[in-house]
Structure formats: structure tokens, C-alpha cells
Unconditional design. Structure first.
Length: 227
């Protein structure tokens, strides 16, 4: 009996070992691993550098299941069954020697036309679930301005209801990681505000973490709210 158990154990170890080695061999076939980028587009329906208190800033986003890498490599299709957009508004504070960001979630009230608001929190922004139709995810949301000031709103996409980075893999190819970058058209980012601030990056105070927005990023826009 003991010899049978021993034989079965040795055989199971051998099978497991061979399976593990096969997995390693399959992965090693990549030779090298690369990174690329796909853009997940959002835009402003009523784009402008200035809004009034009680105006609604409307934002729409359409993300189809077909992706075109920024590198120019071939497009690919992948079913994105569940997609979220995190929108984080900040007020730009200019009372110190360097401009800084300050969370501004309570300065706006969210409204939704297409999609679903999942949650809002002081330090994690507003998270929205896209409306899923055939091979397309759509979102139409707005923010009602409640207080005057200079603001910047940043975006990120994820597959869960918390802010995070989004990655894609081409079907049957795990050698290239495609980062999904939330993108606002350059003409709608109102980058002229950087000239007013006299810097090329703004961040939260260090005790709030390392969040920063830089001029060359794609996922934000500036706007001013006046009375």
C-alpha cells in the first residue's frame, strides 16, 4: 500500500512539474515584453474656459471595443464588458508661493444622463459606470458648479469602481501591455491657464499623497467658475 501511495505521489509531482515547465516555456516565447498605449476618449459637450455658478459642465465618453495603439501597430478588438470612469475635481489654490491642488468634490453636484454614479468620496472623486450596449460603452455626465474658483478636473478609467490604472492585452498575446489612458482633446484642456500659474505641474500638498497634474498629460482640463 505504501509503495502505491509513493508511486502516485511521485507521478503527481512529475505531472505538476511538467505543467509548470510548460507554462514557463509558453511565457518565455515572448522573448521580450513591451508596452503601448490606447486612448480612451472623453470630451466636453459645452467646452469653455469659464463657467458660472450653477452652470453644468457636461462630459461625454464613448469607448468602443476596437482599440488603436498609439504606436501605430495594428488595431485589435476586445470585449470590455464593464468600464468605469473616475472624475476628480480639484481647486487650484494660488495663495502660497507655489500653486497647489485641493480636493473639490463638495464644490460640485454630479448629474447623469447615460451611465450610473457608483460613489463619491472626498479623496477618491466620483466614480461612474458606463452604459454598455453592443460593442460600445457610453457615458454622459455633468457637474453643477456650486462655488467660484479655478479648477482642474482629471480622469482615469478602470474595470472596478475605484480609481486605478487600466491595462489591455491583445487576444492570444500577453507579450505587450496596452495602457488605457483617459484623454481629453487638447483643444478642450484650456492649457493657457498654465501660463497664468507660471508652472508646468501642480500637486496636492505632500501630506495628501503624490497626486500631480502636469502640462503634458492628456487626462485633465482647466476651467474657472465665476459668480
Amino acid at each position: 500500500m505504501n509503495s502505491k501511495i509513493l508511486t502516485a505521489f511521485v507521478l503527481s509531482v512529475f505531472i505538476f512539474s511538467q505543467s509548470f515547465q510548460c507554462g514557463r516555456t509558453a511565457l518565455s516565447n515572448c522573448g521580450s515584453y513591451t508596452q503601448d498605449t490606447v486612448l480612451l476618449n472623453s470630451s466636453l459637450a459645452n467646452s469653455g474656459p469659464v463657467f458660472h455658478v450653477n452652470d453644468t459642465v457636461w462630459i461625454s465618453s464613448t469607448v468602443p471595443d476596437n482599440f488603436t495603439p498609439l504606436s501605430g501597430s495594428a488595431s485589435f478588438t476586445m470585449d470590455v464588458i464593464q468600464l468605469y470612469l473616475n472624475a476628480q475635481p480639484y481647486q487650484v489654490i494660488t495663495s502660497s508661493s507655489l500653486p497647489q491642488l485641493q480636493y473639490a468634490n463638495t464644490e460640485f453636484n454630479p448629474v447623469v444622463k447615460d451611465g450610473l454614479l457608483q460613489h463619491s468620496a472626498y479623496s477618491t472623486g466620483y466614480n461612474f459606470l458606463y452604459k454598455r450596449t453592443t460593442a460600445t460603452n457610453t457615458l454622459n455626465i455633468g457637474f453643477v458648479a456650486g462655488r467660484a474658483g479655478l479648477y482642474v478636473m482629471s480622469f482615469s478609467n478602470s474595470r472596478d469602481n475605484y480609481a486605478g490604472m487600466l491595462t489591455f492585452y491583445r487576444p492570444n498575446d500577453h507579450c505587450t501591455t496596452y495602457w488605457g489612458i483617459s484623454t481629453i482633446p487638447a483643444a478642450q484642456q484650456n492649457k493657457n491657464y498654465w501660463d497664468t500659474l507660471g508652472v508646468t505641474a501642480v500637486s496636492l500638498p505632500t501630506n495628501y499623497g503624490g497626486i500631480a497634474i502636469a502640462k503634458n498629460m492628456r487626462n485633465y482640463f482647466f476651467f474657472r467658475v465665476i459668480p
